[in-house]
Ligand binder design. Sequence first.
Ligand code: CUA
Length: 345
Amino acid sequence: MIDARIRSMFPPAGDVADRVDSHWQLLLVVGSVVWLVVVTAMLVAVLRRRRAEREERDDDVPGDEPGRGHLVVAFLGGVAPALIILGIMADSVLTLRDTGAATDASRAPVVVEVDGRQFWWEVRYPDHDVETANEIHIPTGQDVRIELTSDDVIHSFWVPQLAGKVDLVPGRTNVLTLHADEPGTYWGRCAEYCGLQHAWMRFVVVAHDAPEYAGWLEAQARPARSPDRVDDGDDQPGGDETGGDDGPGAGPDTEVAAGREIFMSSSCVYCHTIAGTEARGTLGPDLTHLASRQAIGAGVLPNDRESLARWITEPQDVKPGNAMPGTELDDDELDALITYLESLE
Ligand code: CUA
Protein backbone atom coordinates (compact mmCIF):
# COMPACT_ATOMS: atom_id res chain seq x y z
CA MET A 1 0.00 0.00 0.00
CA ILE A 2 2.82 2.36 0.82
CA ASP A 3 5.13 1.94 -2.13
CA ALA A 4 2.36 2.44 -4.64
CA ARG A 5 1.83 6.05 -3.59
CA ILE A 6 3.37 8.64 -5.83
CA ARG A 7 5.47 11.05 -3.88
CA SER A 8 5.47 14.29 -5.72
CA MET A 9 5.05 17.98 -4.96
CA PHE A 10 2.27 18.05 -7.59
CA PRO A 11 -0.40 19.04 -7.20
CA PRO A 12 0.41 21.44 -4.36
CA ALA A 13 -2.20 21.12 -1.63
CA GLY A 14 -1.94 24.30 0.43
CA ASP A 15 -0.79 27.92 0.68
CA VAL A 16 2.82 27.16 1.48
CA ALA A 17 3.11 24.53 -1.22
CA ASP A 18 1.46 26.92 -3.72
CA ARG A 19 4.15 29.50 -3.04
CA VAL A 20 6.93 26.94 -3.56
CA ASP A 21 5.18 25.80 -6.72
CA SER A 22 4.96 29.31 -8.19
CA HIS A 23 8.67 29.86 -7.49
CA TRP A 24 9.38 26.57 -9.24
CA GLN A 25 7.27 27.64 -12.25
CA LEU A 26 9.22 30.89 -12.44
CA LEU A 27 12.53 29.00 -12.47
CA LEU A 28 11.18 26.66 -15.16
CA VAL A 29 10.02 29.49 -17.44
CA VAL A 30 13.11 31.67 -16.99
CA GLY A 31 15.42 28.66 -17.35
CA SER A 32 13.66 27.54 -20.52
CA VAL A 33 13.78 31.01 -22.10
CA VAL A 34 17.48 31.42 -21.26
CA TRP A 35 18.23 27.99 -22.70
CA LEU A 36 16.35 28.83 -25.92
CA VAL A 37 18.11 32.18 -26.31
CA VAL A 38 21.56 30.66 -25.69
CA VAL A 39 21.03 27.77 -28.08
CA THR A 40 19.61 30.09 -30.76
CA ALA A 41 22.50 32.51 -30.37
CA MET A 42 24.95 29.63 -30.65
CA LEU A 43 23.33 28.34 -33.84
CA VAL A 44 23.23 31.85 -35.35
CA ALA A 45 26.91 32.35 -34.53
CA VAL A 46 27.91 29.06 -36.12
CA LEU A 47 25.86 29.70 -39.26
CA ARG A 48 27.09 33.26 -39.65
CA ARG A 49 30.65 32.17 -39.17
CA ARG A 50 30.26 29.58 -41.93
CA ARG A 51 28.69 32.10 -44.27
CA ALA A 52 31.43 34.61 -43.54
CA GLU A 53 34.11 32.02 -44.25
CA ARG A 54 32.42 31.11 -47.53
CA GLU A 55 32.19 34.75 -48.57
CA GLU A 56 35.80 35.33 -47.58
CA ARG A 57 36.86 32.42 -49.78
CA ASP A 58 34.63 33.56 -52.65
CA ASP A 59 35.57 37.20 -52.97
CA ASP A 60 38.40 37.78 -50.56
CA VAL A 61 36.42 40.34 -48.54
CA PRO A 62 36.89 40.45 -44.76
CA GLY A 63 33.75 39.45 -42.70
CA ASP A 64 31.85 41.51 -40.09
CA GLU A 65 33.42 44.69 -39.06
CA PRO A 66 34.37 44.44 -35.40
CA GLY A 67 32.78 46.76 -32.80
CA ARG A 68 28.99 46.33 -32.91
CA GLY A 69 29.23 42.78 -31.59
CA HIS A 70 30.83 43.96 -28.37
CA LEU A 71 27.64 45.68 -27.27
CA VAL A 72 25.62 42.53 -27.87
CA VAL A 73 28.14 40.43 -25.96
CA ALA A 74 28.19 42.91 -23.09
CA PHE A 75 24.40 42.88 -22.85
CA LEU A 76 23.69 39.17 -23.33
CA GLY A 77 26.75 38.05 -21.43
CA GLY A 78 26.75 40.55 -18.59
CA VAL A 79 23.73 42.77 -18.07
CA ALA A 80 21.02 40.22 -18.90
CA PRO A 81 22.38 37.43 -16.67
CA ALA A 82 22.87 39.89 -13.81
CA LEU A 83 19.26 41.09 -14.11
CA ILE A 84 17.92 37.53 -14.33
CA ILE A 85 19.91 36.35 -11.32
CA LEU A 86 18.87 39.38 -9.28
CA GLY A 87 15.24 38.76 -10.19
CA ILE A 88 15.42 35.10 -9.23
CA MET A 89 17.19 35.97 -6.00
CA ALA A 90 14.49 38.46 -5.12
CA ASP A 91 11.76 35.89 -5.67
CA SER A 92 13.74 33.29 -3.69
CA VAL A 93 14.01 35.64 -0.74
CA LEU A 94 10.30 36.46 -0.92
CA THR A 95 9.45 32.76 -1.17
CA LEU A 96 11.56 32.02 1.89
CA ARG A 97 9.81 34.81 3.74
CA ASP A 98 6.35 33.58 2.77
CA THR A 99 6.92 29.88 3.36
CA GLY A 100 9.48 29.78 6.09
CA ALA A 101 9.15 29.74 9.76
CA ALA A 102 6.11 31.49 11.03
CA THR A 103 8.54 32.69 13.67
CA ASP A 104 5.69 34.51 15.28
CA ALA A 105 4.10 31.57 17.05
CA SER A 106 0.84 33.44 17.53
CA ARG A 107 0.28 33.38 13.78
CA ALA A 108 -0.17 29.61 13.89
CA PRO A 109 -3.02 28.46 16.08
CA VAL A 110 -1.94 24.82 16.00
CA VAL A 111 1.45 23.75 17.33
CA VAL A 112 2.91 20.29 16.80
CA GLU A 113 6.31 19.17 18.06
CA VAL A 114 8.08 16.64 15.87
CA ASP A 115 11.18 14.88 17.12
CA GLY A 116 13.27 12.97 14.56
CA ARG A 117 14.61 9.62 15.78
CA GLN A 118 16.59 6.91 14.03
CA PHE A 119 14.32 5.92 12.28
CA TRP A 120 10.88 7.24 13.12
CA TRP A 121 9.06 10.41 14.11
CA GLU A 122 7.77 11.29 17.55
CA VAL A 123 4.79 13.62 17.32
CA ARG A 124 3.50 15.66 20.25
CA TYR A 125 0.64 18.11 20.67
CA PRO A 126 1.88 20.12 23.66
CA ASP A 127 -1.41 21.98 24.16
CA HIS A 128 -3.42 18.77 24.34
CA ASP A 129 -1.19 16.26 26.08
CA VAL A 130 -1.29 14.02 23.02
CA GLU A 131 1.62 11.95 21.79
CA THR A 132 1.78 9.73 18.74
CA ALA A 133 4.24 8.55 16.09
CA ASN A 134 4.76 8.72 12.35
CA GLU A 135 1.35 10.30 11.82
CA ILE A 136 0.58 14.00 12.05
CA HIS A 137 -3.04 15.08 12.07
CA ILE A 138 -3.81 18.69 11.24
CA PRO A 139 -6.91 20.79 10.63
CA THR A 140 -7.49 22.11 7.10
CA GLY A 141 -7.38 25.80 6.31
CA GLN A 142 -5.12 26.73 9.22
CA ASP A 143 -1.43 27.36 9.62
CA VAL A 144 0.15 24.58 11.63
CA ARG A 145 3.44 25.39 13.30
CA ILE A 146 5.70 22.34 13.24
CA GLU A 147 8.59 22.57 15.71
CA LEU A 148 11.36 20.24 14.61
CA THR A 149 14.02 18.77 16.89
CA SER A 150 16.33 15.77 16.88
CA ASP A 151 18.06 13.83 19.63
CA ASP A 152 20.48 11.86 17.48
CA VAL A 153 21.54 12.96 13.99
CA ILE A 154 20.35 15.40 11.35
CA HIS A 155 17.09 14.43 9.66
CA SER A 156 14.96 16.42 7.26
CA PHE A 157 11.20 16.83 7.35
CA TRP A 158 9.53 16.82 3.95
CA VAL A 159 5.88 16.65 2.93
CA PRO A 160 6.22 17.42 -0.80
CA GLN A 161 2.59 18.40 -1.40
CA LEU A 162 2.41 20.71 1.61
CA ALA A 163 5.77 22.44 2.12
CA GLY A 164 9.49 22.50 1.49
CA LYS A 165 12.14 20.59 3.43
CA VAL A 166 13.46 21.68 6.80
CA ASP A 167 16.27 19.93 8.68
CA LEU A 168 15.99 18.59 12.22
CA VAL A 169 19.27 19.47 13.87
CA PRO A 170 20.36 18.19 17.29
CA GLY A 171 20.50 21.01 19.81
CA ARG A 172 18.16 23.42 18.10
CA THR A 173 14.53 23.86 17.14
CA ASN A 174 13.64 24.61 13.54
CA VAL A 175 10.19 25.67 12.53
CA LEU A 176 8.07 24.94 9.49
CA THR A 177 4.52 25.92 8.62
CA LEU A 178 2.16 23.36 7.14
CA HIS A 179 -1.09 24.39 5.57
CA ALA A 180 -3.53 22.03 3.86
CA ASP A 181 -6.51 23.37 1.94
CA GLU A 182 -8.37 20.08 1.58
CA PRO A 183 -8.83 17.04 3.81
CA GLY A 184 -6.62 14.19 2.72
CA THR A 185 -3.58 12.07 3.40
CA TYR A 186 -0.22 13.47 2.39
CA TRP A 187 2.97 11.44 2.44
CA GLY A 188 6.09 12.69 4.10
CA ARG A 189 9.57 11.35 4.53
CA CYS A 190 13.01 12.02 5.87
CA ALA A 191 15.00 13.86 3.23
CA GLU A 192 18.46 13.86 4.80
CA TYR A 193 20.52 10.67 4.90
CA CYS A 194 20.54 9.66 8.57
CA GLY A 195 21.63 6.03 8.67
CA LEU A 196 20.77 2.53 7.55
CA GLN A 197 16.99 2.96 7.52
CA HIS A 198 16.82 6.53 6.23
CA ALA A 199 14.64 5.30 3.34
CA TRP A 200 12.14 3.85 5.81
CA MET A 201 11.71 6.96 7.86
CA ARG A 202 8.31 7.88 6.55
CA PHE A 203 5.17 9.42 7.91
CA VAL A 204 1.78 10.68 6.87
CA VAL A 205 0.07 13.99 7.39
CA VAL A 206 -3.68 13.56 7.66
CA ALA A 207 -5.69 16.75 7.19
CA HIS A 208 -9.21 16.85 8.63
CA ASP A 209 -11.94 19.44 8.62
CA ALA A 210 -12.28 21.20 11.98
CA PRO A 211 -14.88 18.99 13.73
CA GLU A 212 -13.16 15.78 12.65
CA TYR A 213 -9.82 17.12 13.85
CA ALA A 214 -11.31 18.03 17.22
CA GLY A 215 -12.72 14.51 17.48
CA TRP A 216 -9.35 12.98 16.66
CA LEU A 217 -7.59 15.12 19.27
CA GLU A 218 -10.14 14.21 21.91
CA ALA A 219 -9.82 10.50 21.18
CA GLN A 220 -6.02 10.66 21.26
CA ALA A 221 -6.00 12.54 24.55
CA ARG A 222 -7.84 9.72 26.32
CA PRO A 223 -5.80 7.07 28.07
CA ALA A 224 -5.69 3.68 26.44
CA ARG A 225 -8.80 1.54 26.73
CA SER A 226 -8.04 -1.51 28.71
CA PRO A 227 -10.03 -4.49 29.93
CA ASP A 228 -9.70 -3.16 33.48
CA ARG A 229 -11.49 -0.03 32.51
CA VAL A 230 -14.41 -1.53 30.62
CA ASP A 231 -16.50 -1.34 33.79
CA ASP A 232 -15.59 1.95 35.29
CA GLY A 233 -17.24 5.08 34.03
CA ASP A 234 -15.87 5.04 30.51
CA ASP A 235 -19.33 5.38 29.11
CA GLN A 236 -19.92 9.10 29.03
CA PRO A 237 -18.32 9.58 25.58
CA GLY A 238 -20.65 6.80 24.43
CA GLY A 239 -22.40 9.15 22.01
CA ASP A 240 -20.29 8.26 19.03
CA GLU A 241 -19.32 4.83 20.25
CA THR A 242 -21.09 1.91 18.68
CA GLY A 243 -22.45 -0.47 21.26
CA GLY A 244 -19.85 -3.10 20.53
CA ASP A 245 -18.54 -4.11 23.92
CA ASP A 246 -21.43 -4.61 26.22
CA GLY A 247 -20.25 -5.87 29.51
CA PRO A 248 -17.19 -7.40 31.03
CA GLY A 249 -16.08 -10.98 30.90
CA ALA A 250 -16.71 -11.49 27.19
CA GLY A 251 -14.17 -13.61 25.26
CA PRO A 252 -12.26 -10.88 23.44
CA ASP A 253 -11.76 -8.96 26.66
CA THR A 254 -10.14 -11.96 28.26
CA GLU A 255 -7.63 -12.18 25.45
CA VAL A 256 -7.05 -8.44 25.59
CA ALA A 257 -6.35 -8.76 29.32
CA ALA A 258 -3.98 -11.64 28.70
CA GLY A 259 -2.17 -9.68 25.99
CA ARG A 260 -1.93 -6.68 28.26
CA GLU A 261 -0.38 -8.85 30.94
CA ILE A 262 2.21 -10.13 28.43
CA PHE A 263 3.03 -6.58 27.35
CA MET A 264 3.44 -5.35 30.92
CA SER A 265 5.58 -8.29 31.99
CA SER A 266 7.92 -8.30 28.99
CA SER A 267 10.61 -5.92 27.83
CA CYS A 268 8.04 -3.86 25.85
CA VAL A 269 7.48 -1.57 28.84
CA TYR A 270 11.09 -0.39 28.92
CA CYS A 271 10.77 1.37 25.57
CA HIS A 272 7.07 2.10 25.02
CA THR A 273 4.45 4.18 26.76
CA ILE A 274 0.79 3.27 26.92
CA ALA A 275 -1.01 6.08 28.73
CA GLY A 276 -3.10 4.86 31.65
CA THR A 277 -0.85 1.83 32.27
CA GLU A 278 2.49 1.27 33.95
CA ALA A 279 4.24 1.24 30.57
CA ARG A 280 6.28 4.46 30.59
CA GLY A 281 9.22 3.84 28.26
CA THR A 282 10.30 6.66 25.98
CA LEU A 283 12.85 5.05 23.65
CA GLY A 284 10.24 3.82 21.19
CA PRO A 285 6.96 5.18 19.87
CA ASP A 286 4.07 5.85 22.24
CA LEU A 287 1.57 3.04 21.64
CA THR A 288 -1.44 4.48 23.48
CA HIS A 289 -3.54 4.60 20.31
CA LEU A 290 -1.47 2.33 18.09
CA ALA A 291 -4.50 0.73 16.45
CA SER A 292 -5.65 4.08 15.09
CA ARG A 293 -2.54 4.40 12.90
CA GLN A 294 -2.21 3.38 9.28
CA ALA A 295 1.26 1.85 9.33
CA ILE A 296 3.91 0.53 11.70
CA GLY A 297 7.69 0.85 11.67
CA ALA A 298 7.52 4.37 10.16
CA GLY A 299 5.76 3.17 7.05
CA VAL A 300 7.55 -0.12 6.55
CA LEU A 301 4.47 -2.33 7.11
CA PRO A 302 0.71 -1.82 7.11
CA ASN A 303 -0.89 -1.91 10.55
CA ASP A 304 -2.52 -5.35 10.62
CA ARG A 305 -2.20 -8.58 12.63
CA GLU A 306 0.22 -10.30 10.30
CA SER A 307 2.54 -7.30 10.12
CA LEU A 308 2.42 -6.76 13.88
CA ALA A 309 3.43 -10.40 14.38
CA ARG A 310 6.41 -10.00 12.05
CA TRP A 311 7.39 -6.71 13.60
CA ILE A 312 7.29 -8.03 17.17
CA THR A 313 9.16 -11.27 16.49
CA GLU A 314 11.70 -10.23 13.85
CA PRO A 315 11.96 -6.43 13.64
CA GLN A 316 15.62 -6.66 12.60
CA ASP A 317 14.66 -8.71 9.55
CA VAL A 318 11.95 -6.28 8.59
CA LYS A 319 13.98 -3.12 9.20
CA PRO A 320 17.64 -3.89 9.97
CA GLY A 321 19.33 -1.37 12.23
CA ASN A 322 16.20 -0.05 13.90
CA ALA A 323 16.28 0.14 17.69
CA MET A 324 13.72 -2.58 18.44
CA PRO A 325 14.95 -6.02 19.52
CA GLY A 326 12.95 -9.13 18.64
CA THR A 327 10.70 -10.63 21.31
CA GLU A 328 10.39 -14.37 21.78
CA LEU A 329 6.82 -15.46 22.40
CA ASP A 330 4.89 -18.64 21.73
CA ASP A 331 1.99 -18.49 19.29
CA ASP A 332 -0.71 -18.04 21.95
CA GLU A 333 1.19 -15.27 23.69
CA LEU A 334 1.84 -13.51 20.40
CA ASP A 335 -1.84 -13.78 19.46
CA ALA A 336 -2.94 -12.34 22.78
CA LEU A 337 -0.37 -9.55 22.61
CA ILE A 338 -1.52 -8.56 19.13
CA THR A 339 -5.16 -8.64 20.21
CA TYR A 340 -4.24 -6.26 23.02
CA LEU A 341 -2.33 -3.95 20.67
CA GLU A 342 -5.24 -3.97 18.23
CA SER A 343 -7.56 -2.89 21.05
CA LEU A 344 -5.55 0.34 21.48
CA GLU A 345 -7.71 2.48 19.25
CU1 CUA B 1 16.06 10.49 9.18
CU2 CUA B 1 16.94 10.26 6.97
